[in-house]
Write a protein that binds this ligand. Structure first.
Ligand code: CUA
Length: 187
């Protein structure tokens, strides 16, 4: 089969680009843990505030001890606008919108999802300690550029779930554990 020189150049060019784009995507998935939010869960956008899942927004710990963040996007703010989270702990974000499409973007992390009325976007990620800016990255109206939030990530040992008493053991508990180890375990 005879293929023109220019046609060959274009074919190899296109092949090279496909390899480059796919390689870039695979690299992001494997080295930076970037994945599409793939969970499909729906909600009545007119009743988000009354929905038990979102009636109180913010951080909750489930029965298995996993940390969840429930967030509502509305023009032009995130509810809650600020959250304190434990470092190096998987956190599952559940984000929905009550009005128009927003973009929940935790800047300089792999945490990012489009937020659509009627759907709950979900992703799980974890952070090193520090402060993170949450920006809206879908144009949503005149106040879009002001739609920002903040995540304060503290070392897990310093974090306690909202609504629960401090869980760090007191000095007495440490003494008892040390005594048990020395006295009964014998190693
Ligand atoms: Cu919300 Cu842009």
């Amino acid at each position: 089969m005879k293929v023109d020189l220019y046609e060959k150049i274009w074919m190899w060019g296109v092949t090279g680009m496909l390899v480059l784009f796919f390689g870039s995507m695979a690299n992001g998935a494997l080295t930076a843990n970037r994945h599409p939010p793939s969970h499909v869960e729906t909600i009545d956008p007119m009743a988000v505030m009354k929905d038990p899942r979102f009636a109180t927004q913010g951080v909750r710990v489930d029965a298995d001890g996993r940390v969840h963040a429930w967030i509502i996007g509305l023009t032009f703010t995130w509810l809650p606008a600020e959250m304190t989270l434990p470092a190096d702990t998987p956190i599952t974000f559940h984000v929905t919108a009550v009005d128009v499409t927003h973009g929940f973007h935790i800047v300089r992390t792999n945490g990012q999802t489009m937020v659509l009325p009627g759907y709950i976007s979900q992703f799980t990620t974890q952070f090193a300690a520090g402060e993170y800016l949450v920006a809206c990255n879908e144009y949503c109206g005149i106040g879009h550029h002001n739609m920002a939030g903040k995540l304060v990530v503290v070392p897990a040992a310093e974090w306690s779930a909202p609504g629960s008493a401090a869980v760090a053991p007191g000095p007495d508990a440490v003494v008892v554990v040390a005594g048990e180890e020395a006295g009964h375990e014998g190693h």
